[in-house]
Design a protein around this ligand. Structure first.
Ligand code: NAD
Length: 290
């Protein structure tokens, strides 16, 4: 079996896979590949597949499959798999890190000290304790965030059209979530239904100064409405790991807004997670019959 590793995985993976098949690491060998391993960088489009006549299996190391055209793969008889369980803890920990950074004013405190300032009096923190966290989507990652938020004694509510009851979060309607949340954390996949679902009407129903944490997908937001909500202060802070493109275009407005905290799509990039993704890929390919 010829396995093409197109994106970056744990450095131990090529050696481990060489016991299962021939490992290729040069994208120019796409025409030989029978198995393709991607994360989010490579876009597996219909056009891309035209250069892969021998492909039988695509494995996306991670959760979201929005960089793989599943219909085009299906039409060509190419199976698509992912490793959804591996990344939940890694992403949930980043969501918590972003959430904690905002009320503790960590970025501002750090930067001010770097600039030689001592803002002990000026920097007033707030607490997560007893604040309401609204989870938009409560699948694997949302559930891990709920567990951690409970440890901070937050009130955890969630909206998810496919989940009626949850052992940790109180399930509520979307309107109730918007009305009551001090913090909103995004954990939906990007689908036709969720694309642009947070628009100006939805922002209008949120608390003034709400903090939004996004480790889900950027395109869940109507971009113009998000910029407006940040400018007006309707959204107090937007802490995001995800972008409309990786990287976002030069001069992208969020990059210079004072009430935005950002990371470069590193939610799944913990060392431990990359090892877990590698373990799962080895397991899949060890049992895979061509
Ligand atoms: P999951 O499938 O376990 O959970 C997603 C949940 O969203 C499900 O319970 C589903 O019912 C719910 N949902 C679907 N449509 C909804 C809607 N309209 N409103 C509210 N909820 C809705 O997936 P997961 O493993 O928890 O991952 C969630 C998302 O996180 C992924 O799809 C991906 O986009 C993102 N993600 C980001 C990173 C990162 O690096 N930042 C890494 C992994 C995953």
């Amino acid at each position: 079996m010829k396995i093409l590793i197109a994106d970056s995985f744990d450095s131990s993976l090529p050696k481990r896979l060489s016991e299962i098949g021939e490992v290729l690491s040069d994208i120019s060998k796409l025409n030989e590949a029978e198995v393709l391993l991607v994360r989010s960088k490579t876009k597996v489009t219909e056009e891309f597949l035209q250069g892969a006549p021998n492909l039988k299996l695509v494995i996306r190391g991670g959760v979201g499959l929005d960089n793989v055209d599943k219909k085009a793969c299906e039409a060509r008889g190419i199976k698509v798999m992912n490793t959804p369980e591996a990344s939940s803890v890694a992403v949930a920990e980043l969501a918590m890190a972003l959430m904690i950074a905002v009320p503790n004013r960590l970025v501002e405190a750090h930067n001010s000290m770097r600039e030689g300032k001592w803002l002990k009096k000026e920097i007033k923190r707030t607490e997560l304790y007893k604040k309401t966290l609204g989870l938009l989507g409560i699948g694997r990652i949302g559930t891990e965030v709920a567990k951690r938020a409970k440890a901070f004694e937050m009130e955890v509510i969630a909206y998810d059209p496919f989940v009626k009851e949850h052992p940790i979060a109180k399930m509520v309607s979307l309107d109730e979530l918007l009305k009551n949340s001090d913090y909103i954390s995004i954990h939906t996949p990007l689908t036709d239904e969720t694309k642009g679902m947070i628009n100006s009407e939805v922002f209008a129903k949120m608390k003034n100064g709400v903090v939004i944490v996004n480790t889900g997908r950027a395109k869940v937001f109507d971009e113009t409405a998000l910029f407006e909500a940040l400018k007006s202060g309707k959204v107090g802070f937007y802490a995001t790991d995800v972008w409309p493109s990786d990287p976002p275009p030069e001069g992208y407005p969020l990059l210079s807004m004072p009430n935005v905290i950002m990371t470069p799509h590193i939610g799944a990039s913990s060392k431990e997670n990359l090892l877990r993704i590698g373990d799962r890929i080895v397991e899949i390919l060890s049992n895979y019959k061509m």
